[in-house]
Write a protein that binds this ligand. Structure first.
Ligand SMILES: *C/C=C(C)/C=C/C=C(C)/C=C/C1=C(C)CCCC1(C)C
Length: 258
C-alpha cells in the first residue's frame, strides 16, 4: 500500500512537471529591465519548487495529515500554472492579468480555506458548517473584487462587498465555531499553527485590498506596483502558509511515532 502510494505520487509529480514545461519554454520575451515580469518568473519557479516539496513530503507524514499537505501542494501547483500565463500576459501586453489572477484566486483561496477545516478535522470531529461558511465568505470576497476590478460595478462598491466577505472569514476563524474548536480541542502545535494561519489571513491577506484600494480607488499605485504587490503577497500567502501546515504535520506525526 505504501509503495503504491509513492508510485502514484511519482506519476502525479511527473505529470505536473511535464505540464509545466510547455509554458516554461516560452520565456524568450523577458526584458531584463522588466522587474514585474522578473517577479512573475521568480514566483512561478518558487511555486513549482514548493509544489514538488509539499507533494514529496506527504510520504513523510502520518495518514490524516497527508490531505492537508496535498492541498498545500495543489494551491502552489494551480498558482504556478497561472503564473506562467500571467507572466505571458504581462510581458507581451504590459497589462495586468486580472482575469487569470482571479481564476487563480477562485481556486486557490477556497483551497486555503479548506486547510483550516482540514487541520481541525485531523484532530477532532468538526461540523461541515465551518467549511461552507468559509466558502461563502470567499466567494463574496472574490466576486465583489472581480466585479469592481473589471468595472462591472463601481470600484468602491466592489471593494465594500469584498471587505464584507473577508470580514466574515475573519469572524469565523477568530470568534466563530472554527476558533472555538481550535481553542478547546487542539494540541499545542495545532493551536499554534491555527493561530499563525489566521494571522496570515489577517495581515498577509490585507495586502490585496490595500493594493486594490491604492490601484483602483485613489489611483496612488500604477499597474506595475499593483502586480508586484499582489505577487509578493502570493508568495507569503501560498508558500509560507503551506510551510506552516507542513511544519505542524511533521511535528504531529513525529510526536505520534515516538
Ligand atoms: C493566493 C491568493 C490569495 C490568498 C488571494 C487573496 C485575495 C484577497 C484576500 C482579496 C481580497 C479583496 C478584498 C478583501 C476587498 C477588495 C477586493 C479583493 C478581492 C482584492
Amino acid at each position: 500500500m505504501k509503495i503504491l502510494n509513492i508510485k502514484g505520487f511519482k506519476t502525479a509529480l511527473t505529470t505536473a512537471v511535464v505540464g509545466f514545461l510547455p509554458a516554461a519554454a516560452n520565456a524568450a520575451t523577458l526584458d531584463p529591465n522588466d522587474f514585474v515580469g522578473i517577479s512573475f518568473w521568480l514566483i512561478s519557479m518558487a511555486l513549482v519548487a514548493a509544489t514538488a516539496f509539499f507533494f514529496i513530503e506527504t510520504t513523510r507524514v502520518e495518514g490524516k495529515w497527508k490531505t492537508s499537505l496535498t492541498v498545500s501542494g495543489l494551491v502552489t501547483l494551480v498558482a504556478a500554472v497561472h503564473y506562467f500565463y500571467m507572466r505571458e500576459v504581462w510581458v507581451t501586453t504590459g497589462e495586468s492579468p486580472t482575469v487569470f489572477r482571479y481564476i487563480d484566486w477562485l481556486i486557490t483561496v477556497p483551497l486555503l480555506m479548506v486547510e483550516f477545516y482540514l487541520i481541525l478535522r485531523a484532530i477532532t470531529k468538526v461540523s461541515i458548517g465551518i467549511f461552507w461558511r468559509l466558502m461563502i465568505g470567499t466567494l463574496v470576497m472574490l466576486v465583489g473584487g472581480y466585479a469592481g476590478e473589471v468595472g462591472y460595478i463601481n470600484a468602491t462598491l466592489g471593494f465594500i462587498i469584498g471587505m464584507l466577505g473577508w470580514a466574515y472569514i475573519l469572524y469565523e476563524i477568530f470568534a466563530g465555531e472554527a476558533s472555538k474548536v481550535a481553542a478547546t480541542k487542539a494540541s499545542a502545535s495545532v493551536q499554534s499553527a491555527f493561530s499563525t494561519m489566521r494571522w496570515i489571513v489577517t495581515i498577509g491577506w490585507a495586502i490585496y485590498p490595500l493594493g486594490y484600494f491604492m490601484g483602483y480607488m485613489n489611483g496612488a499605485v500604477s499597474s506595475d506596483s499593483l502586480n508586484i504587490i499582489y505577487n509578493i503577497a502570493d508568495v507569503w500567502n501560498k508558500i509560507a502558509f503551506g510551510v506552516i501546515i507542513w511544519n505542524v504535520a511533521v511535528t504531529e506525526s513525529e510526536a505520534k511515532s515516538k
